[in-house]
Design a protein around this ligand. Structure first.
Ligand code: UDX
Ligand code: UDX
Length: 464
């Protein structure tokens, strides 16, 4: 089956970069990315590449050479679906806030709505691909929605037919382009060999065959959940050891290096920090917890739930340490927050540890000056509104590190942006009040850098 036109529903952090790379690597394909959010589509089409809706290193160069050539961003859902040979569903699947499974299960309304749109507008044979991370066996629901239309159209001369595949995305934000260009693996789950072959052929334009893994649908869906759960578990593990280091005089970076040299453990993903954020880890683990309960596996559910419990505990622990070091109160004190995104090199703040920690400090009456090189004021405002807390403090956003630290009693480093490394602490200390604290949760500051200043330094995972 020759694929000529691709459509992707959802122009978000996954759909946007993934389709940009596919368009870049397959110049003979026409790739259309559609979204119900017209503002987002307008931003993707903005002639100023600084206004793209997401910040991702290297994305602007790809957009500049593909957009208008074979990559198009549009709100024309109906026509784009009708013309496509292959449709990726890459819409968001947040944790349910109401109803059965609230707080754990994923809300599949958007996926279902997308499947219904595909069922309605598709023409001829269409391959439908789950790109969003979904609970195991969601493909069954998508299939049933599509099958229903197939029956309705059985009498047509050219009836609609569908094949459903699962092709989960493993990109990490901040390194999305290199993750897409040089993936560790591409995973394709499905039952229809022709459809699988068609998708494999697209990836073969740049991915070596030995990196393309084909499985059944359910293994593919579960592998994505399991991969994220394992990664998140590793962060909770190292974070639990960071607290242990502080209590015992060990140093988390030395411990991480020592254990990471064991080939069986490996040295990646062992940086202790303020806890994992991002749209996936917490949502996917909670989903796994929910499904474990559903399938009558409460011990499995409890096991994975603890990864999330520890993550929240790590964030609370940091806020309490700040409070304790500042003599038990931050009311009326100026605190600089460096970094608001959930990790460096992205403007995404979903589940960022900075949200919870900042809100806890604001509840205590702190005056926060927040600096982040890529996150907008509106984003932070929305995050604070959504977190709904009893705000006793005041916050503002500033445009530079010195502006944030002016008259500050403390600075809290929460994201490892490049520009936070190697700062001139002698100069910065002169801007702060005395005694002043530096709280470094990302191993950004070296102890010798503050040696000849009046600053006190607390580093996560460094025991005294
Ligand atoms: C990703 C993954 O796809 C998902 O599996 C994961 O669980 C969360 O992260 P992401 O691209 O990061 O999604 O989400 P987001 O940036 O919110 O983008 C989703 C887009 O889909 C939004 O722009 C939204 O407007 C759009 N959408 C949603 C539609 O176009 N149609 C819908 O019916 C619903
Ligand atoms: C993750 C998965 O890595 C990716 O494969 C999947 O497709 C989506 O979810 P993402 O959330 O974008 O990607 O970023 P990731 O690099 O995994 O970081 C997640 C969180 O863990 C961040 O808050 C990050 O700061 C934190 N982290 C990561 C650590 O605290 N320590 C580490 O060693 C690594």
């Amino acid at each position: 089956m020759k694929i000529r036109k691709i459509c992707c529903i959802g122009a978000g952090y996954v759909g946007g970069p993934t389709m940009s790379v596919i368009a870049d690597k397959c110049s003979d394909l026409e790739v259309k990315v559609v979204d119900i959010n017209k503002e987002r589509i307008a931003a993707w089409n903005d002639s100023d590449l600084n206004n793209l809706p997401i910040f991702e290193p290297g994305l602007d160069q790809i957009i500049s050479r593909t957009r208008g050539r074979n990559l198009f961003f549009s709100s024309e859902m109906e026509k784009s679906i009708a013309n496509a040979d292959m449709i990726f569903i890459s819409v968001n699947t947040p944790t349910k806030t109401k109803g059965l499974g609230a707080g754990q299960a994923s809300d599949l309304s958007w996926v279902e709505a997308s499947a219904r749109q595909v069922a309605k507008y598709a023409e001829g044979h269409t391959i439908v691909i789950e790109k969003s991370t979904l609970p195991v066996r969601t493909a069954q629901a998508i299939k049933e929605i599509l099958e229903a239309t197939k029956k309705e159209n059985a009498k047509n001369k050219n009836p609609k037919t569908f094949s459903v595949l699962s092709n989960p995305e493993f990109l990490a934000e901040g390194t999305a382009i290199s993750d897409l260009e040089e993936p560790d693996r591409v995973l394709i789950g499905g039952e229809d060999p022709e459809a699988i072959k068609a998708l494999v052929n697209i990836y073969l334009n740049w991915v070596p065959i030995e990196k393309i893994i084909c499985t059944n649908l359910w293994s593919s869906e579960l592998s994505k959940l399991a991969a994220n759960a394992f990664l998140a578990q590793r962060i909770s593990s190292i974070n639990s050891i960071s607290a242990f280091c502080e209590a015992t005089g060990a140093d988390i970076n030395e411990v991480a290096k020592a254990i990471g040299t064991d080939k069986r453990i490996g040295n990646q993903f062992l940086s202790a920090g303020p806890g994992f954020g991002g749209s996936c880890f917490k949502k996917d683990i909670l989903n796994l917890v929910y499904l474990s309960g559903y399938f009558g596996l409460p011990e499995v559910a409890n096991y994975w739930n603890q990864v999330v419990v520890l993550n929240t505990w790590q964030q609370d622990r940091i806020y309490k340490i700040v409070l304790e070091k500042l003599f038990g109160t931050v009311s009326g004190k100026n605190i600089a927050i460096l970094g608001f995104s959930f990790k460096a090199n992205t403007n995404d703040t979903r589940e960022s540890p900075s949200i919870r920690i900042s809100c806890d400090l604001l509840e205590e009456g702190a005056l926060l000056s927040i600096y982040d090189p890529k996150v907008s004021f509106e984003r932070i405002k929305e995050d604070f509104e959504r977190f709904s807390f009893n705000n006793q403090g005041i916050w503002k956003m500033v445009n530079s590190i010195p502006d944030a630290l002016k008259n500050a009693d403390a600075v809290l480093i929460l994201t490892a942006w490049d520009e936070f490394f190697g700062l001139d602490w002698k100069y910065l200390a002169s801007l702060m009040r005395s005694p002043a604290w530096v709280f470094d949760t990302r191993s950004v500051v070296k102890r010798q850098e503050i040696k000849n200043t009046s600053l006190n330094l607390w580093k996560l995972g460094e025991g005294s």
